[in-house]
Write a protein that binds this ligand. Sequence first.
Ligand code: APR
Ligand code: PHB
Length: 397
Amino acid sequence: MAKLRTQVGIIGAGPAGLTLAHLLHLQGIESIVLERHSREYVETRVRAGVLEQGTVDILCNSGVGERLKREGLQHQGVELRFDGKGHRIDFQELVGKSITVYAQQEVVKDLIAARVGYNAPIYFEAEALRVDDYDAEPKIHYQHNGEAHEIHCDFIAGCDGFHGICRLAIPAGQIQFHERHYPFAWLGILAHVPPASHELIYNYHERGFALLSMRSPEISRLYLQCASDENIENWSDDRIWAELGTRMATREGFALKDGPIFQKGITPMRSFVAEPMQFGKLFLLGDAAHIVPPTGAKGLNLAVADVRVLTRGLVEFYQRADRAALQRYTERCLRRVWKCQRFSWWMTSMLHRFPDEDSFSHQLHLAELDYVTSSRAASATLAENYVGLPFDTPGLF
Ligand code: APR
Ligand code: PHB
């Protein structure tokens, strides 16, 4: 059995693990990244694609933003569409910020290329099986090429997503879960067709929510609210386009063009927070600690916000032997996490049809949307949250 030694053992090469490894490297802190899937798998996994300005700044300031700046689509607003009309929320005018549409797997590719480029350790098809002794001398047991290995490290970063092993290693009684399940899911597609709008459209309709997004000037990304136990086999391409057309074509003069669908999937909708997010020398980041429903597009951005807090804590520990920032990791992360949970829950509740809703509920959805789009204060609240709340502690990038 091979025994390796590093400062920070990172489990998971999603946005959380890769961003952490990259920022630590720039600060002269060594890490090893373990990922149970292949490089190709993580580089092609389709997820959301909206980056807050703060996330873009961190990626650009840390030197991995070259392609993002070139290929990312900068948006100054979004449209909320309901009751036959579209209403633009102008981020730039309301809060002076923007968002960037750039697929999550592109962020992942850029971060992997950087790590491979400076020759820092990242092992694919290396599955962490167990974490040990995280209060004193942390160890990660993992399997690679059919052999058992061990990493001895100062700290473990659990960046292993919602289904990872790190959160599960905490004994019941030491960790608390806050959860909400929504009685619907999203059916998402990617299609070879130019987006019917140059900005995102969040659409409320009596038949359910629909969202128009995009990946490039040639590729549309679209979502439909569907049942949580929906069988994707029941959705032919024709049925998807027809349903999207019905829900979105509420504005006069708007035509949704169809095109070849090359990817389809169902995304469950859940809100989840684990508390605390740190246990001795084990830290949870990103989806391992919290899940938001995709309506607010916050998942990746929250993962990067956790990384920002942990990086600062680790730098203060290694450079000045100061543990204060590390000790406040949970508190600092959760302040932002709960505000993003609130925003994602609110967007989800406002824009979706819940089972058994009557005409009263429908009118409430419409009144809320009317208020949000006609009151400057309410529009600014949506805009401020959507582009990303300011960070309330200083970062390094
Ligand atoms: N050993 C090694 N790797 C593991 C293990 C394990 N035991 N368990 C899970 N992983 C890997 C997964 O294969 C995955 O690549 O951890 C990674 C976790 O990545 P993500 O699920 O992308 O989570 P995170 O980095 O926190 O990113 C959060 O990504 O999941 C989306 O919607 C989410 O946008 C959010 C963002
Ligand atoms: C996406 O483009 O995948 C996307 C955009 C906005 C969301 C969720 C997903 O709220």
